[in-house]
Design a protein around this ligand. Structure first.
Ligand code: CO
Length: 492
């Protein structure tokens, strides 16, 4: 069970066992619908709404292992909290691939990250039909609940039942098969998201929608070079993309020997490019004049996730989790056998962009291994003080995430909630208190996998005081490690 401890306390170098960690990547084929009755502590009555989570639910198809968790079918969990009570529902997104593979009882599609149909390269050669697995994020916007996967259209779900309604084109904005990233940003009541079509040059499309889901503006850009862009940031006047220094050799993919994601290589000799694109909100819709894009350079590094960005004193600041190198997806290797210590940790860096001089300065803010950065949603794109992340137990080195870290960026002080040696945390989600008068007044929610019970808990922390969880909701089952999700101030 979880225990409270300070990170300075002496812990063994490996505060986890890999077999414990592996159990959290066992498939969860079952779907659930039940009121949560096992609760430690008290759910705050002011906390009302729904936590939606998405992530791979199946790590094997009928015993045939998938090659990488990013290839796993999306399973949605909805935790509805009202009047101090909680109800859990989980369902698979009924993607065409999920439905077909469930019926066939075997892998029918290649995955981007190396999952192959049985039969070796002969069975996979020239098969470019990738499965839209809808497993990366879930948002509620414009009265639509949407499961996102960055390489294809979102799937729309019924928010009451989580039933899959089909592919969604966002009121005709997305063409059939169009990509739509899994990392939208909500800034000043606008949903802003992008899509990347990778190739020898990469096409980037950026969308801004109003609260009702109506498209306000759209931009298209073409940038030289292959891109692997998972996330972006938005400030008052700019969109910012980090073009990681990667190369792409499509041959092994075309020949059926590797997944497309396994053909991406990291080139540390090249800089990371930071693409700065003016938002130009005054630009009339459908204008043919596309705002100029300019790019700055910084030292090679790999970024999956940004924490936040804002403008101050003529400069742009971007806080991001940056890896020294891209963790390769090796063909033939099994992610379950990962040697954490051999990989670079994700660390929090602050990039300061001087648009006058083109100089980018970078500062390490948090050397501890961390991922899944979250802020108060009201501070997205603006100056902010508090950041919440999943973090490793040790101050250095790469490791699974077993703590929630609250970083006060003004005072450079930290609070930790330690989930316990046999527990692993997921992305923290910050929920503001309805009458909040301070940035950190609210709660931090995270799904925690407990290997000692092979079950998951949802922990609710008081964001101002991590010393003891306000409540722990004990689920009747485990949820495989998830990716992203969001909080909606509504019960459905
Ligand atoms: Co992500």
């Amino acid at each position: 069970m979880s225990s409270l401890s300070t990170p300075e306390k002496a812990t063994p170098i490996n505060s986890y066992s890999r077999s414990d960690w592996q159990q959290g990547y066992l498939s969860q084929p079952q779907e659930f619908d039940y009121p949560i009755t096992e609760i430690t502590g008290t759910i705050p009555p002011e906390l009302q709404g729904t936590l939606f989570r998405n992530g791979p639910g199946l790590l094997d198809i009928n015993g045939q292992n998938i090659h990488h968790p990013f290839d796993g079918d999306g399973m949605i969990t909805a935790l509805s909290i009202k009047d101090g009570k909680a109800h859990l529902k989980s369902r698979y997104v009924q993607t065409a691939g999920y439905v077909a593979e469930k019926a066939a009882g075997k892998i029918l599609h290649r995955g981007v990250f190396g999952t192959q149909k049985a039969g070796g390269w002969l069975a996979n050669i020239f098969d470019f039909q990738l499965k839209n697995i809808a497993n990366t994020n879930i948002i509620y916007w414009g009265d639509r609940l949407l499961a996102l996967w960055e390489a294809a259209q979102p799937h729309r779900l019924n928010p009451q039942t989580l039933e899959t309604l089909g592919l969604d084109d966002l009121n005709g904005v997305l063409a059939p098969g169009a990509a739509f990233a899994a990392h939208p940003r909500i800034v000043d009541d606008r949903l802003i998201n992008f899509a990347v079509s990778p190739g020898l040059s990469s096409k980037i499309t950026i969308y801004e929608f109003d609260r009702a889901g109506k498209l306000l503006q759209k931009q298209n850009h073409s940038v030289p070079g292959f891109s692997f862009i998972h996330d972006f940031v938005v400030t008052e006047n700019y969109y910012l993309f980090f073009q990681n220094p990667v190369t792409f050799n499509p041959l092994p993919f075309v020949l059926g020997m590797r997944g497309a994601g396994e053909c991406v290589g990291f080139d540390a000799s090249k800089p990371t490019k930071i693409l700065v694109i003016p938002r130009k909100e005054t630009q009339p819709e459908n204008s043919s004049t596309t705002p100029a894009l300019f790019s700055l350079e910084t030292r090679a590094g790999f970024v999956f996730h940004h924490a936040n960005a804002w403008e101050a004193g003529g400069k742009i600041y971007v806080d991001s989790i940056c890896y020294e190198s891209f963790p390769d997806v090796e063909p033939g290797s099994d992610f379950r056998e990962i040697d954490f210590a051999s990989l670079d940790p994700g660390q929090l860096w602050r990039f300061c962009l001087d648009l006058e001089t083109g100089v980018v300065d970078r500062t390490l803010l948090e050397p501890r291994c961390c991922e899944f950065p979250t802020t108060n949603p009201q501070n997205v794109g603006k100056p902010y003080r508090y950041l919440y992340m999943g973090a490793g137990m040790q101050p250095t080195g790469n490791a699974p995430l077993q703590q929630i870290l609250k970083l006060d960026l003004t005072t450079d002080t930290r609070q930790f909630w330690n989930a316990g040696d046999r527990c692993f945390v997921s992305e923290p989600v910050f929920v503001p208190h309805p009458q909040a008068t301070a940035e950190d007044q609210g709660w931090v929610l995270s799904v925690v996998y407990d290997a000692s019970r092979h079950r998951s808990d949802v922990v609710i922390l008081d964001a101002q005081d991590f010393s003891n969880p306000v409540a722990k909701l004990h689920l009747q089952h485990h949820i495989p490690y998830g990716l992203h999700g969001s909080w909606v101030d509504r019960n459905f």
